[in-house]
Write a protein that binds this ligand. Structure first.
Ligand code: SAM
Length: 187
């Protein structure tokens, strides 16, 4: 099983970098491939998984499945057994969702697409939820929280309008990203 993150932002924003680091911790760097990178981005991400400057269309995929919130079918543990490569958009969340995963679908027209429900998850959440489903836990048994609130240093609140997994009673969220967002001024 391989998790492939197709970096689709022009820059490697700190937010994306910290999500990628987090998802590497969650699923293991040996199972991860980051594609569509510049050389500098590939160097920056090499600690978290395999990296390549190649576009996703040039990668030899084995039984791929594209994870897309707009797909008609939901990924189930039984269904997941037929796939080897799970492909995700390395796309920062946006609200309302811009459906940018569809751009990725156009690059992989023959890859079956599956959703993890309709709500928009962060990339690290989507990868971890897929791992859980591959481990045999159906989506409906996973517990999620929508609209994660971060309490900022200046007593303001930042609401992230995305879906996050809850594990062991806690929201699965990168501690480094949390610290970064708490200190960040303005977006
Ligand atoms: C933050 S999401 C980007 C969503 C983007 N705003 C869009 O509308 O396509 C990053 C990636 O996580 C995966 N993802 C997030 N939520 C998902 C869901 N509900 N079902 C399937 N994949 C999801 C997709 O691969 C997506 O490209």
């Amino acid at each position: 099983m391989r998790f492939i993150v197709v970096h689709m932002e022009q820059r490697l924003y700190k937010w994306a970098l910290l999500e990628y680091e987090h998802l590497s911790e969650l699923v293991g760097k040996e199972k991860l491939l980051f594609t569509n990178l510049t050389k500098t981005q590939a160097t920056a991400l090499s600690a978290y998984g395999k990296t390549t400057t190649q576009p996703i269309e040039k990668i030899l995929l084995s039984k791929p499945c594209l994870l897309d919130p707009n797909a008609d079918k939901t990924l189930t543990p039984e269904d997941a057994k037929q796939f080897s490569d799970f492909v995700f958009g390395g796309i920062l969340g946006d609200y309302p969702p811009q459906k940018r995963t569809l751009e990725l679908a156009k690059l992989l027209p023959s890859a079956p697409r599956r959703n993890l429900g309709r709500a928009q998850m962060s990339t690290d959440t989507a990868v971890f939820a897929t791992k859980r489903i591959c481990d045999g836990i159906p989506l409906e048994k996973l517990i999620f929280q929508d609209n994660f609130v971060i309490f900022m240093a200046d007593k303001m609140e930042m609401i992230l309008p995305y879906r996050y997994l809850i594990d062991g009673g806690k929201v699965v969220f990168s501690a480094k990203l949390m610290n970064y967002l708490k200190k960040k001024k303005g977006f």
